[in-house]
Design a protein around this ligand. Structure first.
Ligand code: MG
Length: 341
């Protein structure tokens, strides 16, 4: 009798490790295979970047509060975020869709309006895909292709001791936006007469429903003449992404809790939910900001930028990975991953 291991026992990262640990690459053009935000393929004068993502109804999105146009936009934006996370520029996407008979043509058309709006916004061409039926729900898979000059490539594995840790924009908003949508969904379920009260929550709700991949941050880094030593985008939460950098660069991290960038409305709404804003930033996820490391020699150029904040530094591997609180207390960062499967 064969053993049965529940996938939920393994968790996302262990599952990927188990499935792919004996995958070998044989093509000389494969520079980076599984294990970064995108695959890196040597195309002679530049590197090609390829990334793919799957969004599943009920797991990644809830139709009761996700407008289809936003969903289409988000599906593209979060994929392009993985190309930016290599310090690259996206050029093409393919979109594959599984839809149940629950969705009429008009709904799918609306989804495509969002897909096309994102392609236009980021200047990428939609060049293919597949459409099929599904027994239940909707699934969207996007593959993004991009390019990067060889000397500009930023992997997760390049951070060096004493490098500065930077993060773009602000964090935790998407998570608290999701909490508000979930709360209103509960109210609405109990009493369909009551209209959702979303006034004043625009910023955090938009952070969740319609994240913007940070093309502008990559452009800013180029202007400042900064090439990150490592980079990753924030899909699972700051804590989890810091651990990816630490593990793949074989180093430790120290991030100062008070330096984690938070929007004023995120702080206010966290208070309402009795949550620590920095916990939302560390464990929440879906912010799609960029987390990267830069050499100390770039400190001056970096400190002038309004696009990102310096939140900590890289240490040796033996020091581990921790958040430093204002009184000096250090809390070890724990691995996150899927909240459910
Ligand atoms: Mg990523």
């Amino acid at each position: 009798m064969s053993d049965r291991t529940e996938i939920s026992e393994l968790g996302e990262f262990e599952l990927i490790h188990q499935l792919t640990k004996d995958v070998k690459t044989t093509q000389p053009s494969t520079v980076q295979g599984i294990g970064d935000d995108a695959a890196v393929i040597d195309r002679g004068d530049h590197y090609e970047l390829v990334s793919t993502d799957l969004l599943v109804e009920g797991v990644h999105f809830d139709m009761s509060y996700t407008p289809l146009k936003h969903l289409g936009y988000k599906a593209i934006s979060v994929n392009l975020s993985d190309i930016f996370a290599m310090n690259g520029t996206p050029t093409h996407v393919t979109v594959s869709l599984a839809i149940s008979s629950r969705f009429p043509y008009e709904a799918v058309n609306e989804l495509y309006d969002g897909i096309k709006a994102a392609c236009e916004r980021f200047g990428v061409d939609l060049v293919g895909g597949d459409t099929t039926s599904s027994i239940t729900g909707m699934m969207i898979s996007v593959t993004a292709i991009g390019r990067v000059a060889k000397e500009k490539l930023a992997l997760r594995s390049g951070a060096k001791e004493n490098d500065l840790i930077c993060v773009s924009g602000d964090l935790g908003g998407a998570y608290i936006g999701l909490q508000i949508l979930e709360r209103e969904k509960m109210v609405w379920k109990d009493n369909p007469e009551i209209q959702p009260d979303l006034e004043g929550f625009d910023y955090v709700i938009e952070r969740f429903l319609k994240p913007e991949a940070r093309a502008d941050v990559i452009e800013e880094l180029g202007k400042l003449g900064i090439t990150p030593t490592s980079m990753i985008d924030i899909s699972d939460g700051l804590g989890s992404e810091l651990l990816h950098i630490a593990r793949q660069s074989q180093c430790g991290v120290r991030v100062y809790e008070e330096k984690i960038p938070l929007d004023a409305s995120t702080i206010t709404q966290c208070q309402e939910f009795k949550m620590e804003p920095s916990v939302c930033a560390l464990s929440g996820g879906e912010d799609y900001e960029l987390l990267f490391t830069i050499p100390q020699s770039d400190f001056e150029a970096a400190s002038k930028s309004e696009f990102f904040s310096i939140i900590g530094h890289i240490t040796d591997a033996a020091s581990g990975s921790a958040i430093v609180y204002p009184q000096g207390e250090e809390i070890q960062i724990k691995a996150q991953g899927w909240k459910s499967i």
